[in-house]
Design a protein. Structure first.
Lengths: 235, 552
C-alpha cells in the first residue's frame, strides 16, 4: 500500500465535505494497478504548464476557482489538469461548427474575459477582486441562459466548454470523491451492499447528525452566498 | 439457470467466443491473437470489413465460420481489458472516437463519449449494456402512423436473429411483455438502489417496469465471470461480464481464421471505374498508406464514419461518393431524445454501485392515439458517475458554491433516462466539412434539428419521469435534455431514390459493397440499437454465405 503522510489522509478540497474521515484512497490496494496508476497520477503536483501561457494562466486560474468555488487550500489543480488535456490535444471528438476547436476556443475565451474586465473595470481580469471577477463570469452565463452571443461566439457554447473541462478535472480527483462520498474504482472488488441505504464497510455515512441542516436549506444558503458574491462585484 | 436448460452447448457450437477466453483470471486470450492468421495486402481476400464494432464483428465471425477469408480493419486499438481499461471515468477517454468532427444545425448533438466508439468492439465497449429488441411497429412506422419510414423488411425477418444474438451475448431480463413478447436466456439481475427507486415509483403510478434486458451475464458464461456490480459499464467492462463483440464474437472469428487489423484507418473504398465494382480499400496504418484488395467490401463504421467514408470515396464512376447517386448518403441520421431526470431522496441511494442499466419500462413506446404526437419513448435507469453527474448539475446553470453543494449530495440522488423516438428527417445529415483530420481527410459535419413531434415527446417523457420519481419519494427533481445513440445516415430502402442500401444491405448501384452497421436503420424506435445492429449483421451474413450467394 502506498505510504501517505498522516496529514494527507481524507483530504477534501477546502476541507469541505459531508463524509468526515472518509478516504477513497484507503481502498487503493484493492484496485487493479492500471486504475490505481491513473488515479494516483492526479496527486502528482503539476509544476509547469505546457499549453496555457503565463498570461492565460492568470485568467484561467481565477475562472476555474470561481466555477468550482475553490476559495482556499487544499485545492485541486484544475487548471493544471485542463492544461495537460489541451497540451496533449485530447479533444472530446466534436466541436460546434460555430466554435473553433477546443484549444483555440480556450485561448480566445480567456482573452475575452480580459477584454471584458478592461471594458468594465479598466483592469485586467487577474487584477480584479474575486467578486468583480465573479460578476464578469456571471455576465457570460447570463448571456448563455438567454442564448446570446459573447464576443461573436454563442455564449452557451463557451459556457459549456468551461464547465465541461473544469468539472471533468475537478470530479476526476480523489479529493473530490472524498468530499461527495463516492466509492471510487471497484475492480476487482465490486460492490456488495447495493440497496437503498446500503453501505460498504469502508464507506462513511452522510453526516446528517453533525450537520442537521436539511438539504434544501443548505442549497438555499449556497445560492445566497453565490448571489452575494456576484452582486457585490457588480457594485 | 435457465440458460443451461436451453442448450448452452448449442450456443457454444455456433460461437465459441466465451470459451476461448482464458480461465485463469486474465480477460484476453493473447495466444489467440499471436496466432492470428495474417493476410498480405497483395492478396485479394473474400471480404474486408471496415470497423470491428457491433455490426462488423458479427459479420466477420459469421463469414469466417462460413470459410471466407476475412480481414476486419479498425481505426482504433485491439483492446486488452486488463491492460487498457480502468475503473475510472476520466481515464476512459481513449474508448471514444475523439478525432475531430463538427456539429451544427438548430439542435447540435455532441458526439464522442455520448455515442461514438473506437477500437475493436466499437461503441459496445462503452455502451451501458441495454439490449432491447425493436417492436414490430418500428418496421412499419409510415404505414401505421404516417410519419418516418417503413423498412423494406419486417420484424419477422429479424426475429430469429434477435434470438440467436440474445443467446450469444447472453441477455438477462424478466419475461418481456412489450412489442413481440419474449423471454430471455438468463434470469434478471438483482437491482441496486437506483433500480429500487424506479420500481417503487412505477408501482405507485401503476406503470409496468421490468428488470433488464441487459447483455451482462448473470452467472458464469463459458469463461466469462458473473457481474461484480462495480458500476463502470460505460468505461469498458474489465470483468468481461458485459457483452461487447471484443469478447462475444472476435475470439471465435480469430479461431476461424479471420484477421483483425487494428489501428488501421480506412480512408477510401477503391472502385473499378470500368465495372463499377469495388476492389478493396485504402487504409492508413502507422502513418503509411496501404491497400487491401477484396472481392467484397462491407462498411461498418457507424452513422457518422460510414457516410463519411462513402462520401470520401468519390471516383470518376461515382463523382458524388459511392451510393450517392440520389443524394441519400448521410441523410436521415437519427438520435434519440434522452432527457435525464434526477430525484433527491432522504435515504442514500448511492446509484454508482450497480450497473447503470437495470430497469426498463416500454409502456409508453407505441403511439397513443389520445396524444397529439406520434410514437413514444422508453424509460431506463442511468446512474451517472461523478463527472457525468456534474454535467447534469452544471446544465441546470449551477456553478460555484451552488454546484459544489449539489454535488456534495451525490449519494442521495437517483437518475432515470428516457429514449424518445425522434423521427428521421432528410436534412439531419452528415456532410464533409472543410476542416481536415490528422490524415488530411475532411472531417464529418453532422447537422441536426428536432421536429415539433420530437419536442413533444421529450416534454411528455420528462413529465412522466418527474412524476415517477416524486411518487417514489423524491423531494426535488431536475431534468436535463440530452441525446443518446446514433442510427441511420445510409438507410435501407425499397428504392434507390429513398435510401443507400436495399433490403439485403447492399449499396444501390454497386454489386459487391454492403453496409453492416446502424447506419442502415430507417427508424429507431425507443430501443437501444446494439442488438438490432448485431441481428442485422447476422442476417446479412446468412445472405452472403447462403447456398446462393448474393454477391454477383
Amino acid at each position: 500500500m502506498p505510504y501517505r503522510a498522516p496529514n494527507q489522509r481524507a483530504v477534501t478540497p477546502q476541507n469541505r465535505g459531508r463524509f468526515p474521515g472518509y478516504d477513497v484512497l484507503d481502498e487503493v490496494e484493492r484496485w487493479d494497478d492500471v486504475t490505481a496508476g491513473a488515479v494516483l497520477e492526479r496527486l502528482t503536483p503539476i509544476t509547469d504548464l505546457s499549453f496555457f501561457s503565463k498570461e492565460e494562466d492568470a485568467i484561467a486560474t481565477p475562472l476555474c476557482d470561481l466555477l468550482l468555488a475553490q476559495d482556499g487550500e487544499p485545492k485541486i489543480p484544475v487548471v493544471g489538469l485542463i492544461d495537460v488535456r489541451l497540451a496533449l490535444g485530447e479533444g472530446d471528438g466534436w466541436h460546434y461548427d460555430d466554435m473553433p476547436p477546443d484549444p483555440q476556443a480556450w485561448r480566445e475565451s480567456l482573452q475575452h474575459l480580459d477584454d471584458d474586465a478592461l471594458t468594465v473595470f479598466r483592469l485586467k481580469f487577474a487584477a480584479l477582486s474575486r467578486d468583480q471577477q465573479a460578476s464578469i463570469v456571471q455576465a457570460v452565463q447570463d448571456k448563455s441562459s438567454s442564448s446570446e452571443s459573447w464576443h461573436d461566439k454563442p455564449a452557451q457554447q463557451v459556457w459549456s466548454l468551461w464547465t465541461r473541462y473544469a468539472c471533468a478535472a475537478f470530479y476526476s480527483h480523489p479529493w473530490a470523491w472524498n468530499e461527495i462520498g463516492f466509492g471510487g474504482p471497484a475492480y476487482p472488488r465490486g460492490y456488495k451492499n447495493r440497496h437503498v441505504g446500503g453501505r460498504e464497510a469502508f464507506e462513511v455515512a452522510d453526516h446528517a447528525d453533525r450537520d442537521p441542516v436539511p438539504f434544501a436549506s443548505r442549497v438555499e444558503e449556497a445560492r445566497r452566498n453565490h448571489a452575494k458574491l456576484v452582486e457585490s462585484g457588480n457594485r | 439457470m435457465r440458460h443451461r436448460l436451453l442448450g448452452l452447448e448449442d450456443v457454444r457450437r455456433r460461437n465459441e467466443s466465451a470459451w476461448l477466453i482464458p480461465n485463469d483470471g486474465s480477460r484476453d486470450n493473447h495466444r489467440l491473437r499471436d496466432d492470428m492468421r495474417r493476410f498480405p495486402d497483395s492478396e485479394e481476400v473474400d471480404l474486408v470489413v471496415v470497423g470491428a464494432g457491433a455490426g462488423g464483428s458479427v459479420l466477420t465471425q459469421r463469414m469466417a465460420r462460413a470459410g471466407w477469408k476475412v480481414v476486419a480493419l479498425d481505426a482504433g486499438p485491439f483492446w486488452d481489458p486488463d491492460a487498457d481499461w480502468v475503473s475510472d471515468e476520466r481515464a476512459s477517454h481513449h474508448l471514444y472516437w475523439t478525432e475531430p468532427r463538427q456539429i451544427g444545425g438548430a439542435d447540435p448533438v455532441p458526439l464522442g463519449s455520448n455515442n461514438s466508439g473506437r477500437g475493436v468492439g466499437g461503441s459496445m465497449v462503452h455502451y451501458a449494456g441495454y439490449t432491447p429488441r425493436f417492436h414490430p411497429s418500428d418496421f412499419r412506422v409510415a404505414t401505421l402512423d404516417g410519419v418516418g419510414a417503413d423498412w423494406p423488411i419486417a420484424y419477422e425477418d429479424l426475429r430469429p436473429y434477435y434470438q440467436t444474438i440474445e443467446e450469444e451475448l447472453p441477455v438477462a431480463g424478466e419475461d418481456w411483455p412489450w412489442g413481440d413478447p419474449h423471454r430471455y436466456p438468463q434470469q434478471a439481475h438483482p437491482v441496486g438502489g437506483n433500480g429500487e427507486v424506479f420500481m417503487r415509483g412505477a408501482r405507485e403510478l401503476g406503470i409496468v417496469a421490468k428488470v433488464g434486458p441487459v447483455a451482462i451475464t448473470n452467472g458464469r458464461f463459458g469463461n466469462r465471470p458473473h457481474c461484480i456490480y462495480r458500476g463502470f459499464c460505460l468505461q469498458g467492462c474489465k470483468v468481461n461480464a458485459k457483452a461487447s463483440p471484443l469478447i462475444t464474437h472476435i475470439p471465435d472469428a480469430l479461431a476461424h481464421g479471420a484477421e483483425i487489423r487494428a489501428n488501421s484507418h480506412v480512408s477510401r473504398i477503391l472502385v473499378d471505374d470500368e465495372t463499377g465494382r469495388v476492389t478493396g480499400v485504402v487504409y492508413i496504418k502507422d502513418g503509411v498508406e496501404r491497400r487491401q484488395r477484396a472481392r467484397v467490401v462491407a462498411v461498418a463504421g457507424y452513422s457518422i464514419e460510414t457516410p463519411r467514408l462513402l462520401l470520401l470515396s468519390s471516383s470518376k464512376r461515382f463523382p458524388n461518393g459511392i451510393g450517392n447517386e440520389h443524394d441519400q448518403v448521410g441523410r436521415y441520421l437519427m438520435v434519440q431524445g434522452a432527457p435525464q431526470t434526477a430525484g433527491r431522496f432522504e435515504d442514500e441511494v448511492r446509484m454508482y454501485k450497480a450497473p447503470p442499466p437495470e430497469v426498463t419500462s416500454e409502456q409508453f413506446y407505441e403511439t397513443d392515439p389520445r396524444k397529439p404526437y406520434k410514437r413514444g419513448w422508453s424509460i431506463q435507469t442511468v446512474s451517472p458517475l461523478p463527472i457525468t453527474w456534474a454535467e447534469h448539475v452544471a446544465a441546470q446553470g449551477h456553478w460555484g458554491e451552488t454546484l459544489r453543494e449539489y454535488m456534495r449530495d451525490y449519494v442521495h440522488w437517483a437518475v432515470l433516462g428516457a429514449l424518445c423516438e425522434f423521427l428521421p428527417m432528410p436534412e439531419n445529415r452528415v456532410t464533409l466539412a472543410d476542416e481536415l483530420d490528422r490524415h488530411g481527410l475532411p472531417v464529418a459535419h453532422f447537422a441536426y434539428s428536432q421536429s415539433e413531434n420530437d419536442h413533444q415527446l421529450v416534454d411528455a417523457a420528462q413529465g412522466v419521469m418527474e412524476d415517477l420519481l416524486r411518487a417514489a419519494g423524491a423531494s426535488e427533481v431536475m431534468t436535463i435534455k440530452r441525446y443518446a445513440h446514433l442510427v441511420g445516415g445510409a438507410r435501407m430502402a425499397a428504392r434507390p431514390e429513398d435510401g443507400v442500401v436495399d433490403a439485403h444491405q447492399k449499396v444501390f448501384g454497386v454489386e459487391n459493397l454492403f453496409l453492416s452497421d446502424g447506419s442502415v436503420l430507417p427508424t429507431q424506435g425507443s430501443a437501444n440499437p446494439a442488438l438490432t445492429i448485431m441481428a442485422l449483421a447476422a442476417r446479412l451474413a446468412d445472405r452472403l454465405a447462403g447456398p446462393v450467394s448474393m454477391v454477383r
